[in-house]
Design a protein around this ligand. Structure first.
Ligand code: SF4
Ligand code: SF4
Length: 157
């Protein structure tokens, strides 16, 4: 499309043209905004079905850089790590509402702060979406303390 007002062409973007299943590996990986919201422990409320987030991070989550420390071997080290590409449709609800995979799966657009839109990898942090510097180590975690660790991931926006 060419904007009449400024003459700037708006190039088609792959995430609007392809389904998730049609994407190449690079395209798929670029969709991840690096928010880290899928790298903390979560629970499903048995009554409401609501997904409750905690600030307890996966042992491979680097809180300073908001990244997996060994993304390539994560499945061997953390068998519970979700493989989103292999996930059944019903499990997308476990992803945060801000997650690009969930948004596209539900036919919704990406947010303006998504790095693919902003052109800036840090925009996910600047918009207050990421959990960088907001998680605690789960190694010595006592299950009786779980309630104290429940968070609203949007609270620091
Ligand atoms: S929640 Fe989605 S966008 Fe955020 S880190 Fe996980 S996979 Fe990437
Ligand atoms: S293994 Fe890596 S990608 Fe998987 S939950 Fe842990 S930190 Fe996140």
């Amino acid at each position: 499309m060419i904007h009449e007002c400024c003459g700037i062409s708006e190039r088609p973007v792959y995430w609007e043209q392809k389904t998730l299943a049609q994407m190449s590996d690079d395209e798929w990986e670029s969709l991840c905004d690096g928010c880290g919201r899928c790298c903390v422990w979560k629970f499903e409320d048995a009554d409401s079905g609501e997904i409750l987030y905690t600030d307890i991070r996966c042992k491979l989550f680097d809180d300073d850089h908001c990244r997996c420390l060994d993304y390539q071997h994560r499945a061997q080290i953390v068998p519970d790590c979700m493989n989103i590409r292999q996930m059944e449709d019903k499990h997308y609800a476990w992803l945060p509402e801000t997650c690009a995979y969930r948004l596209l799966h539900e036919g919704k657009p990406l947010f303006d702060w998504h790095p693919l839109i902003s052109g800036n990898a840090a925009s996910v942090h600047q918009a207050g979406i990421s959990l960088r510097h907001h998680t605690v180590c789960g190694q010595d975690f006592c299950e009786a303390d779980i309630v104290r660790h429940i968070i609203d991931p949007d609270a620091h926006n």
